[in-house]
Design a protein around this ligand. Sequence first.
Ligand code: NAD
Ligand code: DAU
Length: 346
Amino acid sequence: MKIIVTGGAGFIGSNFIFHILKEHPADRIICLDKLTYAGNLSTLSDVMEKPDFRFVQADICDREAVFPLFEEEKPDAVVNFAAESHVDRSIEDPAVFLKTNVLGTQVLMDACRTFGMVRFHQVGTDEVYGDLPLDRPDLFFTEETPLRTSSPYSASKAGADLLALAYHRTYGLPVTVSRCSNNYGPYQFPEKLIPLMIANALADKPLPVYGTGENVRDWLYVEDHCKAIDLILRNGRVGEVYNVGGHNEMRNIDIVKLICRELGKPESLITFVPDRKGHDLRYAIDPAKIRDTLGWYPETKFEDGIGETINWYLEHRCWWEEIISGAYRNGISACGFSVDGDNRET
Ligand code: NAD
Ligand code: DAU
C-alpha cells in the first residue's frame, strides 16, 4: 500500500509511521506535514533517509500543493492526522482550528475524489461526544451517542467527521472515521497533560492542575491507537465510525500524583489553577464495535505504558528540551539528529 500520512511529524502520526514501516515493510509512506509549532522533524530523523519514506512540507489546506502530490504519487490511501489538536489553544484562537481541521480535510478528500477514489481515513476524537457526568460510571460513548461538542477544537473535529461521512454518502468516497480517547506515549508535545507534568516536575516547576483535578480522561497507549487505525484502514467497513479506547479512566489529579511518585518529586509542586472554560468532565469510550468486528483490543496496560512513557521522557530529554527552548523550529537539532537532508522537501 502507498499511504499519504498527514500530520506525521506530530505525536500520533509519527508513531503511526513507525508502526507501518515496521509491520508492513512493503508499504510506502509519504508524510505530508506543514510543520506547525506541533510538528517536529527531529521526531522523524530515524526514517528520513529510508527509501520507502518521503517527507513533504505542505499545508493540507493548500490545493496547489496537495493535488500535484496526489497526481505524482497516486496513493492507495490517506490517513489524516493533520490537525490543530490542543483544546486550550482553540479557546484562545479558534480560526486556525476551523481552517485546518475542516477545510483541510475537505481539500484532502477532494484530492481523493479527483485521483481515483482514494481510500480515506479520518482520525477523529471522542471529544465530539461532549462529556459524561462524573456520577454515572455506567455511561459510555458509543458510535450512536449524539455529537455534543464543548470546545472550538471538538466542534471543528465534529465538522470534519461529518464532512467525511457526507463525502461517502454523496460521492461514494471510501471513508472511515475513528474516534479515540486520550493518547499518551513517546513524542507527545509537552503542552499536553502527561508530558507537561513530566517536564515541569523534572524542572521542579509548579504542576498546574485545572479546577479541582477531578475531571476524568480515558487513557490509551499511542501504539494501541496506531494498531486500531491500521486495522480499520485494511479491514474496516467504509462509511463506518469506530470508537477506540481501552476502559482506562483516570482522574487528572491521580495522574499528576502518579508522575510525582514515579519521579520522586513532592506533591507540593501541584498547583490548582483556574479551570479550563467549558471543561469536559469525563470521557469514557465503549470499544465494543471495534473489538467485536475487527478483533482490536488494547495490549498495553496503563501501569506498563505510563512507566515506559516516563522512561522515554527521561531518556529523550534533548527532544523535549529543544521544544521548550524553541530550538526545534530551525530544523537542525543538537540532539544528534540530522533532519536537513535531501529527503526534506518543501
Ligand atoms: P499533534 O498536535 O501532536 O500533531 C499535529 C500534526 O499536524 C503536526 O505535525 C502539525 O505540524 C501537523 N499539522 C497541523 N496543521 C497542519 C496543516 N494545516 N497541514 C499539514 N499539517 C498540519 O496532534 P496529535 O496529538 O498527534 O493528534 C493527531 C490527530 O489525532 C489529530 O487529528 C487529533 O485531533 C487526533 N486525536 C488526538 C488524540 C490525542 O490524545 N492526542 C486523541 C484522539 C484523536
Ligand atoms: O480525548 C481525546 C483528546 O485528548 C484529543 O482529541 C486532543 O487532541 C488531546 O489534546 C486530548 O484533549 P484533552 O483536552 O483531554 O488533553 P489535555 O492533555 O490538554 O488535558 C487532559 C486533561 O488535563 C484535561 O482535563 C485538562 C487537564 N489539564 C491539562 C493541562 C494541559 C490540566 O489540568 N492542566 C494542564 O496544564
